[in-house]
Design a protein around this ligand. Sequence first.
Ligand SMILES: Cc1cc2nc3c(=O)[nH]c(=O)nc-3n(C[C@H](O)[C@H](O)[C@H](O)COP(=O)(O)O)c2cc1C
Length: 196
Amino acid sequence: MARDILVFYGSYRRDRQGIKLARWIVEALQARGNNAELIDAKIVDLPILDRRFSDYKPGEAPPAMAELAERIAAADGFVFVTGEYNGGLQPGLKNLTDHFLEQYYWRPAAIASYSAGPFAGIKAATAWRGTLAVLGMIVTSTSLSLARIGGAFDADGKPAGEDGGRLEKAFPRFADDLAWWIDAASGQRERQAPPF
Ligand SMILES: Cc1cc2nc3c(=O)[nH]c(=O)nc-3n(C[C@H](O)[C@H](O)[C@H](O)COP(=O)(O)O)c2cc1C
């Protein structure tokens, strides 16, 4: 079954590294037969948002926001690719994510974190776990954690070296966990309408 999975990434830095991980995850999910798409906050280019999508009257939300709301609501599951800034969340990814709500409900999300150093953005991953739960997603227990992202991909964007090797080894379990919850959630939505 082809699952529709959106992969969110939100660094606006000119030399951003996480884009390599986000692109690789999209390709690796596609290689497993999923319809995976990258949602790159820098490309979506929303302003700092001042209201939720649901606060707009129909037809009045910024077009990019309305289009994204539709894509989120149509997806089966999500991956959040996060770096860590000063022990916490990246603002671009937070801005992209925060102003939708019902669109995420009753679907699972998986977290992939990374950093330039050895700790793989684990504090940001932990913070995202709580935020995604508040937004109505079931967060899978299997995360991906990539340390030293600067050397983890070759020039073609393929995993390289020890850290890249660890990423490739960890990925099947990460994707299997997400796929299982996607199937569980979509089956349950068909069996029983969500309570709210
Ligand atoms: C403002 C800023 C704060 C950072 N804070 C952390 C941090 O708290 N922990 C960490 O592991 N790396 C930190 N780093 C290093 C990042 O892991 C590294 O720059 C990474 O490539 C950022 O992701 P991006 O390139 O996709 O923007 C920080 C980098 C920046 C620019």
